[in-house]
Design a protein around this ligand. Structure first.
Ligand code: CMP
Length: 139
């Protein structure tokens, strides 16, 4: 059965451009309830841990540098069919391929500075949410 929670983080490009409020508004208007949220930063080392699954990929170093370059806004979200519906809302990883009206189409600059992350499975949503939030920080 699909979980009703997913994990997201607004990335440094979108936070730096002042798009946190606009993106959060889109998320809430799409029916997601915010269960946990904060403004924080990843060190280079913590970014490497978060994206460890990509450590063999050619873009891993660039990705970790970028994700530790400025503030981010991680969140845990709740909605029926959360993981799949959220990935529809954010659009394709490469903003050039993202559908009209999606968050990445509207706000992403490039494939690495692509505005927002969305978990790709229920299991990863749980793992990624726990990376940033303890149980007591979730509502
Ligand atoms: P995200 O959904 O956060 O998960 C992994 C990230 O790696 C992805 O978003 C992109 O920002 C980044 N990424 C994926 N493919 C590439 C690529 N070819 N070049 C640079 N970054 C990439």
């Amino acid at each position: 059965m699909p979980s009703n929670r997913t994990f997201t983080m607004i990335k440094p490009d979108a936070v730096g451009a002042g798009n946190t409020g606009a993106i959060t508004k889109m998320i809430e208007e799409a029916g997601f309830k915010i269960i946990a949220m904060k403004l924080t930063r990843l060190s280079r080392e913590r970014a490497g841990q978060f994206y460890a699954v990509h450590r063999e990929r050619p873009f891993y170093g660039e990705l970790c540098e970028y994700m530790s370059s400025g503030p981010i806004v991680p969140m845990i979200l709740e909605k029926d069919n959360a993981v799949e519906d959220f990935r529809t809302l954010i659009g394709a990883t490469n903003p050039q391929e993202a559908a009209e009206g999606t968050i990445r189409k509207l706000f992403a600059e490039s494939i690495s500075a692509n505005a927002i992350h969305g978990s790709d499975s229920d299991e990863n949503a749980r793992i990624e949410g726990s990376f940033f939030f303890s149980q007591t920080e979730q509502y």
